[in-house]
Write a protein that binds this ligand. Structure first.
Ligand SMILES: O=C(O)CCC(=O)C(=O)O
Length: 286
């Protein structure tokens, strides 16, 4: 895949991200790559929702962790994301997933984690232009540092119409990428039917027993948030073809080993066919 944008983040970008919890990177993907991304999303969504085709009434979501969609399968290892994730969360940051979405309407304010101890970065890219009243991501700068259980915070946010909550609105064109800390509060307003968006996600590598426990539980949480809420056809998040790591990428191998070690793959529905894999699968189990 051509590497149009492979440079590391500047010190200024790192400082901005750490203080405010997000970054906007312009034209990371070429138009050819965006066309290839769209084709893969089309293919995966058609398969995943053959039993209930998109009718505009409900969001469709799918993981893209399968070598049948090789461009998506390579995104976690792509220097344009990995380099930035390592700068922000350390060299041992864990690549955990890419997904695709067909959104319907607004998304209410939320962070992407249930604990400040389970965090990382999500890179999000929209497949069509998005603006303030047409579904652009809006974020509350600095909110990745807020206490999730602050009794003032949640009720104050919920008391307002979502578009009136003070926020930075991140208008974006196809090719642009927004990176945000998973603890950052975010939402979107005014998106119509079928707003397409993909993500690339890395988690902080847990250091304490408590952090390990939150990461372990996140595997099961992702099954509930994804498979159970949206009901795609495939009853798993990670395909065996991705876990087999066919190009022997050393980063992928290290992520699989660490995620296996902490029990992230153990919950039913996380891995195709269950975990651990049998010895013929080609992936290294525990
Ligand atoms: O684009 C949107 O509507 C919201 C995106 C979002 O909430 C997310 O990626 O976590």
């Amino acid at each position: 895949m051509p590497q149009a944008y492979a440079s590391a983040l500047s010190e200024e970008q790192v400082r901005f991200f750490k203080a405010f919890g997000y970054l906007v990177l312009r034209q990371v993907f070429t138009s050819e790559e965006m066309a290839a991304i769209s084709r893969e999303v089309e293919q995966a969504m058609a398969q995943q929702y053959a039993h209930k085709p998109f009718d505009g009434s409900k969001r469709h979501w799918t993981m893209m962790m399968d070598e049948e969609t090789p461009l998506h399968a390579s995104l976690l290892e792509d220097e344009r994301f990995l380099k930035a994730a390592r700068q922000l969360y350390g060299d041992d940051v864990l690549g955990v997933g890419t997904d695709a979405n067909r959104y319907v309407g607004n998304t209410n304010w939320h962070p992407d984690t249930v604990s400040l101890l389970q965090y990382g970065i999500k890179f999000a890219f929209y497949l069509q232009p998005v603006g303030a009243d047409s579904g652009a991501l809006r974020v509350m700068p600095g909110s990745h540092r807020f206490d999730l259980n602050d009794p003032l915070w949640g009720p104050a946010v919920r008391a307002l119409p979502l578009e009136q909550v003070p926020a930075a609105v991140l208008a974006a064109e196809p090719g642009d990428v927004i990176g945000f800390d998973l603890r950052l509060w975010h939402a979107s307003y005014g998106g119509g039917i079928d707003r397409r968006m993909g993500t690339v996600v890395y988690y902080h590598n847990p250091k304490t027993a408590e952090e390990v426990e939150y990461l372990r539980r996140q595997g099961e949480g992702n099954v509930n948030a994804g498979l159970k809420s949206f009901g795609p056809q495939r009853p798993f998040l990670y395909a065996r073809s991705w876990l087999a790591n066919p190009r022997k990428n050393p980063w992928r191998q290290a992520w699989i080993a660490r995620l296996a070690e902490v029990g992230f793959f153990a919950a039913p529905g996380v891995v195709e066919g269950g975990w651990p894999l049998d010895s013929n699968s080609g992936a290294s189990g525990t």
